[in-house]
Design a protein around this ligand. Structure first.
Ligand code: PGA
Length: 219
C-alpha cells in the first residue's frame, strides 16, 4: 500500500487557545488508516502546547516545524535551537517560497539548514517551486508548490502537477514527492490519484479542523 503524507502548514496563524480547540475538534472524527501519515506544522511558540494536547488525546498526528535554524545553539538572537526543536518535532519544512521571498533565503542557506536537520535526525520536507529549483541532498519529502497556486484558490492542474512531480522524482534520490497549493477537500483526490504524487501540503484549508479532516479522509 502506498504511503501518503497529509501535511498542515498553519503558517503565522493561531493562538494557543485556538490551537487547542482545533485539536479537540479534529479528535472527534480523525481517521487516518495505516498508510496515511498526518503531520502538523504550527508556529514555533505553539509546539509545546500542541505536543502536550496530541499526547493527551492520543492523536495520530506528528509534528513538524515550518522552518529550521542554520546555526547550532549559541549567540543567535531570535533563533530556535535544533536541540530544542528536536524535543517536539520529527519533521521540518525547509525552503517554503514564503521563506525564500520574504526572508531572502538562498539555496546555499537552505542546504545548510537541511544538513543541520539531518544531523539532528529531523526529516526534511523540502519545498521547490518547479522542477528546476535546485534540490538539497538527503531530504525525505519534496513538496512541489508553484507560487501562483499558494493561497490563491487557483491550484495547478493535477495533470501538470503529475508531470512536474515525475520530473522531480527522477532526481530526488528516493524522496517522496507531494503537491501543495490551494488544496481543498474538493480537489485533493484528483491530485492523490496521480502516480508520482504521494501527499499534499495544505495551507489555508488546514486552519479549519473540519476542512482538514475531510482532506485527510479523501486523500
Ligand atoms: P495554500 O498554502 O494551501 O493556502 O495554498 C500551501 C502552502 O503554502 O504550503
Amino acid at each position: 500500500m502506498n504511503h501518503k503524507y497529509i501535511i498542515a502548514n498553519w503558517k503565522e496563524n493561531k493562538t494557543p487557545k485556538e490551537a487547542i480547540s482545533w485539536l479537540e475538534k479534529i479528535a472527534e472524527n480523525l481517521t487516518t488508516g495505516e498508510n496515511k501519515e498526518v503531520i502538523l506544522c504550527p508556529s514555533f511558540a505553539l509546539l509545546p502546547v500542541v505536543s502536550e494536547v496530541i499526547k493527551r488525546l492520543n492523536l495520530p498526528i506528528k509534528l513538524g516545524s515550518q522552518d529550521f535554524p542554520a546555526f547550532e545553539e549559541g549567540s543567535y538572537t531570535g533563533e530556535e535551537s535544533p536541540r530544542l526543536l528536536k524535543e517536539f518535532v520529527s519533521y521540518t519544512i525547509i525552503g517554503h517560497s514564503e521563506r525564500r521571498n520574504h526572508f531572502g533565503e538562498s539555496d546555499e542557506l537552505l542546504r545548510e539548514k537541511v544538513d543541520l536537520a539531518m544531523k539532528y535526525d529531523i526529516k526534511t520536507i523540502f519545498c521547490v517551486q518547479d522542477a528546476e529549483t535546485p534540490l538539497a541532498q538527503n531530504v525525505s519529502i519534496v513538496a512541489y508548490e508553484p507560487v501562483f497556486a499558494i493561497g490563491t484558490g487557483n491550484p495547478d492542474t493535477p495533470e501538470n502537477a503529475q508531470s512536474v512531480s515525475k520530473e522531480i522524482s527522477e532526481k530526488a534520490n528516493g524522496a517522496s514527492v507531494i503537491y501543495g497549493g490551494s488544496i481543498s477537500e474538493e480537489n485533493v483526490s484528483s491530485f492523490m490519484q496521480k502516480d508520482d504524487i504521494h501527499g499534499v501540503l495544505v495551507g489555508s484549508k488546514s486552519l479549519d479542523p473540519d476542512a482538514f479532516s475531510a482532506i485527510i479522509s479523501r486523500a
